[in-house]
Design a protein around this ligand. Sequence first.
Ligand SMILES: Cc1cc2nc3c(=O)[nH]c(=O)nc-3n(C[C@H](O)[C@H](O)[C@H](O)COP(=O)(O)OP(=O)(O)OC[C@H]3O[C@@H](n4cnc5c(N)ncnc54)[C@H](O)[C@@H]3O)c2cc1C
Length: 411
Amino acid sequence: MSFANKQDVIVVGAGVAGLAAARRLHDAGRAPLVLEARDRIGGRILSDRSRSLVELGAEFIHGERVATWQVVRSAGLTTDPWRGGRLFARQGRIIPNDDPLVARINQLYEAASYYHGPEHSMAEVLASLAPADDPARHYAARWLANIEGAELTRLNAVTLSWEREHGSSDYENFHVVEGYDRVPHALAQRLHVRLDSPVSAIAWGEDGATLTLHAGEQLRANHVIVTVPVSLLQAGRISFSPELPAAKSDAISRIAMGHVTKLVLWFERAFWPPFQVCSTDGAVASWWPTGDEQAPALMGYTGGLDALALAARGEAGAIEQGLAEVSQLFGTAARQLFVAGRLMDWASDPWSLGAYTYSSMGMGNARAELAVPLAGTLFFAGEATHTGGDLATVHGAIETGWRAADEVLGW
Ligand SMILES: Cc1cc2nc3c(=O)[nH]c(=O)nc-3n(C[C@H](O)[C@H](O)[C@H](O)COP(=O)(O)OP(=O)(O)OC[C@H]3O[C@@H](n4cnc5c(N)ncnc54)[C@H](O)[C@@H]3O)c2cc1C
């Protein structure tokens, strides 16, 4: 077979990592081709404008120092700080902020997040900090499982604390007012992106690579940047020939993919008092207001094993459960005012098979190993390859794209 149109660089995946890589290559005078499996760009950024703007994937820019701001500023996007403080609810009632339980939850959460000591799972660390019947332990555990999307028996407490200390996120979070998907769209300006083009096989060697698309089409390139979620590599959704070296496939198997569900409930009007976020002991682990005045909504965010349990109820079941829980929390008007709901379960999304990665027990240097280029042909980017503590974020993914582009450019 001849390849009249041999590409210089093919980027697999049009999430922010792939688009940031392609953008940097394009700005350096190269002409990358981006192949995307879905019918849209953005990957795990998914803004829904069906009723009012809600974010079904990434929602916040974490802090003022992160790489995302470069894109936000150059695209002229606006941001809004997310403020107000965290509430906790027990059996459907908000716990007053001066209840000693609230201080205890915050203190436990901080102590566990910044644990220093021998390698232990987060479940073990929490058990060492508080007895099993301490309700604060339950809330701190859910809070951590939520943010990390993690199973706490697998979450590595030592690595997590290292990531929190070395990552560039800080406590202030920001919404992108126009929608988070404006970030990938800004990156994609003037790039050649082919949608509906899932790659199923990559044959690679020192003289380049041949990519086979699901439909059988083959494309050849000098360099390939693979940015698909690590869960897809774990599931063998792209076959490599020759097989990836043992160190690489071992690294792939050692990175844990976390789970998150986002449950959106839209209402005719807002019937809840102003609040920023509320952590609960219900099936939906936390709620925050979203949408706009015309179509106000509550966002239910659930991570880790609880996310899988909520998803197992199906969309109708999760909406029913969510309505029952917000009725208890904010009043029975919820059912009369309910307009529509949507459940986004990232674990069952075929092109992500999970939400974002977390550092598991025994993971060692798997992220760095995953990022290592092969034969000067295959390069790897995506949030899972971030080695500086900014994994599982938009800004971290962008940085890995820039890193992979620099590797291709030889910088
Ligand atoms: C529910 C949720 C909430 C989050 N909240 C935040 C947040 O508030 N702040 C934050 O910073 N981060 C957040 N994140 C994490 C953030 O979204 C990700 O870290 C980041 O978007 C990952 O970008 P990526 O380019 O590495 O991967 P992806 O966005 O997954 O991009 C990979 C692309 O590859 C495509 N692809 C897959 N297989 C193939 C194939 N075979 N061929 C071609 N293309 C393929 C996929 O369709 C996808 O578009 C959240 C994520 C989720 C799911």
